[in-house]
Ligand binder design. Structure first.
Ligand code: ZN
Length: 304
């Protein structure tokens, strides 16, 4: 088992190292926890920092252990969460807020601390209009490769800046690029009570700056329980929202914040338990063991 975990860890580390761009600049939170989706092969090449699904992101928690990482929820009803990363942005976020207000829907904003400090009035407005605010680090680095003190600074400064701007204590976080090890996720949950919200719908809006593309990708991939990733710092993403939201509404989807969606999450029906343990399948064995954080020393298989 230990050997297997080491191997997985090494794969994970090298995958992240190989896939994350040297320059973490503005934003791609990209294609991470999504299962392979019908996107053209070309999309997944070179410049896109693709990461694989965190092994425990979608697995049910061990009995009695609360889940702390989500890329999608299992809900009874057509509920989805729209999320916007990397803002607030001085022009695009207020424009988006108007669109959301007109449609009386609430979204979740994973904000970068630097932008929170720059636009506290927009943060206030986000909260006043009923949306959820969440932590997306201070300056958008790849947290999975950083020291504990470095990660603490990134998250604490942002946590404090959000509270200072709007008086609301964030309950959830999203690591830039989806890159946060299982150990870090357990640690952040202990330190700030954060749940780690990833995503299952990724229109690659940071890369393809085309509103029609953003809309089509979201409409194609969204299912009940989806957490939809996009970025309110991009004009084309905000341009896409009226038709995207109206398209989702026409399909019967209802919008809730991420915390509301997580609260609706129901454990999936137990599957492996009913049948005898599948013999000697290392992948399954690893999966079965991974999502069982111990209360005191939460050690999980590191990922992504
Ligand atoms: Zn981001």
């Amino acid at each position: 088992m230990i050997r297997l975990l080491s191997a997985v860890f090494l794969c994970a580390v090298s995958a992240v190292a190989a896939s994350v761009p040297a320059k973490p600049a503005p934003a791609p939170d990209t294609a991470a926890p999504t299962p392979p989706s019908p996107k053209p092969a070309a999309t997944a090449s070179a410049s896109a920092p693709i990461m694989s699904v965190p092994a425990d992101a979608t697995a049910p928690a061990a009995p009695g252990a609360p889940r702390i990482t989500f890329s999608q929820c299992h809900v009874e009803g057509p509920y989805v969460a729209l999320t916007f990363d990397d803002g607030p942005h001085g022009a695009n976020t207020p424009r988006l807020l108007e669109m959301l207000k007109q449609r009386k829907i609430h979204a979740t904003f994973f904000m970068v601390g630097q932008c929170v400090a720059e636009f506290p009035d927009i943060v206030k407005k986000i909260v006043a209009e009923g949306h959820e605010v969440a932590n997306h680090s201070w300056s958008h680095p790849q947290l999975s490769g950083m020291s504990e003190s470095g990660v603490r600074e990134q998250l604490q400064k942002t946590h404090d800046a959000i509270i200072a701007a709007c008086g609301v204590t964030p309950k959830i976080m999203r690591p830039p690029y989806g890159a946060f090890t299982a150990r870090q996720r357990a640690w952040a949950n202990g330190e700030w009570g954060y749940k780690c919200a990833l995503w299952d719908v990724d229109p690659l809006d940071w890369k393809v700056r085309n509103a029609e593309h953003v809309k089509n990708e979201i409409l194609k991939a969204t299912v009940p329980g989806s957490i939809i990733l996009s970025h309110d710092i991009h004009k084309t993403t905000v341009d896409a929202m009226p038709e995207t939201i109206d398209g989702l509404l026409a399909k019967g989807f209802k919008f809730v914040t991420v915390s509301e969606l997580l609260a609706m999450d129901k454990p999936l029906p137990p599957k492996p338990k009913a049948t005898p343990a599948p013999k000697a399948d290392p992948a399954l064995a690893a999966k079965a063991e991974s999502p069982a954080p111990q209360p005191a020393t939460p050690v999980q298989k590191p990922k992504p």
